[in-house]
Design a protein around this ligand. Sequence first.
Ligand code: ATP
Ligand code: MG
Length: 565
Amino acid sequence: MDERVEAQAPSNFLERIIEDDLAAGRVPNNMIVTRFPPEPNGYLHIGHIKSICLNFGLADKYQGRCHLRYDDTNPEKEELEYIESIKRDIQWLGFDWGEHEYYASDYYDQLHQIAVRLIEEGLAFVDELSAEELKTYRGTLTEAGKDSPYRDRPIAENLALFEEMRQGRHPEGSMVLRAKIDMASPNMNLRDPTLYRIKFAHHVRTGDKWCIYPMYDFTHPISDAIEGITHSICTLEFEDHRPAYDWATMIDGIDHAPRQYEFARLNINYMVMSKRRLLNLVKLGIVDGWDDPRMPTISGIRRRGYSPESMKDFVGRIGVAKSESVVDYSLLEFCVREDLNKRAKRLMVVLDPIKLIIDNYPEGKVEYFEAVDNPEDPESPTHQVAFSRELYIEAEDFSEHPPKGYHRLYIGNEVRLKYAYYVTPTSVEKDETGAIIAVHCTYDPASRGGTSEDGRRVRGTSHWVSVSEGVDIEAHLYDKLFASEYPGEKTGNYLDDLNADSHVVIPHAKAEAEILKTQVGDYLQFIRNGYFCLDSKNAGEGKQVYNRTVTLRDSWARMKQKMGI
Ligand code: ATP
Ligand code: MG
């Protein structure tokens, strides 16, 4: 082991195993090889990030390598679109599989040869039981299974039938190839597991070459062995499959024996993370595709404005363990905020505008103030913000009847306009319904830059946008897609717990003109309103659409809540 590895203590049980294996010389060429094996039947989600960071992270830490292997043995559900999205998502996280991109379907010929060899050795047979019968013969967790009546078919007959299956001479469901292991095994996965089934389906990569497809428990361990994987890491639900995994890697002629290790999958409350359910949300049109900013998919959170660094921080904090748990959604948002606070460019945007008119400010005059892009960064660049007589402020920043503790604008209360001047409201203008359309105020020219000459202090600071110099944008405010902590907990149907307010569109928010310089992928903070990003889907259509990534912690909102307002 080199110094870099020794310098860092193992941080989870898998690192401990790997370090023991390396120290004991159990790893061929002293090079650990892991793999990330997605099935291309949907887009990757936050749960997969845990697995990606683990597999690629271990390879990085121990100077091994990590393969990207598509587990593509289910032709009906798999699509090219998914294959491509998976690559994009892993690259976005900053991981690189180099030349090690593989497909289980690359091994179909080898898998077929191994299956034939198993038949020749009397270790596999063609079974013609119906699906229903197969189930009954399999037994239960408490009851041993029964041998199939086809189990003792002569080898020659098995070979001939398997070949006929391959040639497409038997209909789907009429027969399968099974291993002969042990129908009385306490482990159901060892009760003569199916190795091959017939499927007349077009495969994304192999086209119509095959009409028999190998099962996961047969394909996965052998793919691992072929690639020289040393540590095959998967989630806990595969623990029961480990004996089947070990069986397959012990087949004669397979000379590399990888080991399988299981860890707890990532679950987060208020989310669903199974691809089947996510696909359903897409198909039902409940979300705007796999990359809807409310989706827990990697493409969704990317469009929402989460950074890859914050996601790595998140999975680093939750760690790797062997027991199932549910991570709180607020930890995810905490990591997103921590990261964005350090990198987001601050802009002034008013989401719910009312006008503020400064009666003693010259008409037609425009002056500029310098705004620091990011006060968290001592080397931050700055930009100019235009100021004029008529401004937009947030409606909630003015109160006609200010509650106790309200430090923003009300008649007679002097407040700072960020970067600019102190202003004091004098009167309001209302429409015929009584709604406030403008607040009039006066400003103190001596308070330029936001501090007064006589040192008098104000308690509130409001952000603002010049009416004449600002621009209109569309803001999309996102919230949790599900309103309940465990979607479907009460009714059994997760669709019953959708959050009706998960997507709010503000068609005419007012923004300082600097916003027009934003590119897709830039991280922004709209002061007091949260972190935002330019929407990648609607970019370049002349429309300025911004997605809210996450809210800021807002002291006023918290206080309002406390006071029950
Ligand atoms: P899902 O159950 O969400 O449909 P899956 O397990 O079927 O996911 P795969 O494409 O087979 O998805 O997964 C690729 C790898 O990612 C597997 O090794 C799997 O164990 C791992 N993985 C999937 N979901 C999670 C999760 N929530 N947390 C950690 N790892 C996961
Ligand atoms: Mg799967």
